[in-house]
Design a protein around this ligand. Structure first.
Ligand code: GLU
Length: 279
């Protein structure tokens, strides 16, 4: 009798511990922040000016603005957001391993990625393009046969080249900024990824006058909000927030202010997109 009662108490104690560790919910958010409230961990790029950029602990860009808006609609103030770097090749793992709650990182919605993660959105449509030295006569991927092209591991940009342009010498780097640096050094003939990313890098002060975006897109990249697999409810909330952001003018303001000074105009036939139904 005594033994049984002890066992029941132990079970209750473990249950209480489990509850406090999880905050009583099924989400991965944890306690913390200046206000002491629940935190949300959001994956962004740290090295893509105009999209996701780390300016020494403060973060800027269109992805950051959309992330803040959506987080706010979900009940998280700015001081409840922890931004985590999400390089292209790590995004699925960060979500699957529960290291982030959401990803806003120029993250294209694809069927392959949907096998391991869920997506809210899309909230933007970009297109794959090329960045080349200002005096280059490369006008599209057909001109790259035998040339050195740089892109990023784990991106749809690198995958497209492997699938459709096998004669190109593809060099892979962890980030696009590294590709642009290599092109500045003369080892690379062109860099490929989404037009909006290339325009932001070309507009950086250090790159002024050196490179041009070719302006001949050869894909459609639908930027989604990466979520752990099985997040249908959160996906609906994210989509409602994106729709609200588009309707109240904040989306337009965010895309305009974050591309200001870059030689970039979004495709007005495809933007702003309508979020797709959740799984
Ligand atoms: N949007 C593409 C992708 O998701 C290229 C940009 C990136 O690597 O983030 O792979």
């Amino acid at each position: 009798m005594q033994k049984t009662r002890y066992a029941a108490a132990a079970v209750a104690a473990v249950a209480a511990l489990t509850l406090s560790a999880c905050g009583g919910g099924d989400s991965a958010e944890s306690e913390g922040g200046e206000s002491g409230g629940e935190m949300v961990r959001i994956g962004i790029k740290f090295d893509q000016p105009g999209l996701g950029y780390d300016e020494g602990g403060t973060y800027s860009g269109f992805d950051v603005d959309v992330a803040k808006y959506v987080a706010n609609e979900l009940g998280f103030g700015e001081d409840q957001i922890e931004f985590v770097e999400a390089p292209s090749a790590n995004r699925e793992n960060l979500l699957s391993n529960n290291q982030v709650d959401m990803i806003f990182a120029t993250y294209s919605i694809t069927d392959t990625r949907k096998e391991t993660v869920d997506f809210g959105g899309p909230y933007f449509v970009a297109g794959q393009d090329l960045l080349v030295p200002t005096d280059s006569d490369i006008t599209g991927p057909e001109d790259l046969e035998g040339k050195n092209l740089c892109s990023v591991t784990g991106s749809t940009s690198a995958q497209k080249i492997k699938d459709q342009y096998p004669g190109v010498q593809l060099v892979e780097q962890p980030g696009y900024a590294e590709c642009v640096t290599a092109m500045g050094g003369g080892q690379i003939d062109a860099v490929t990824t989404d037009d909006i990313i290339l325009a932001g890098l070309a507009a950086q002060e250090a790159n002024a006058g050196k490179f041009k975006v070719v302006g001949n897109t050869f894909s459609e990249e639908n930027y989604g909000v990466g979520l752990p697999k099985g997040s249908t409810e959160r996906c609906e909330e994210v989509n409602a927030a994106i729709t609200k952001m588009i309707e109240d003018g904040a989306w337009e303001e965010a895309i305009t202010s974050n591309t200001e000074g870059a030689d970039y105009e979004f495709n007005a036939d495809l933007n702003p997109p309508t979020p797709a139904p959740c799984a």
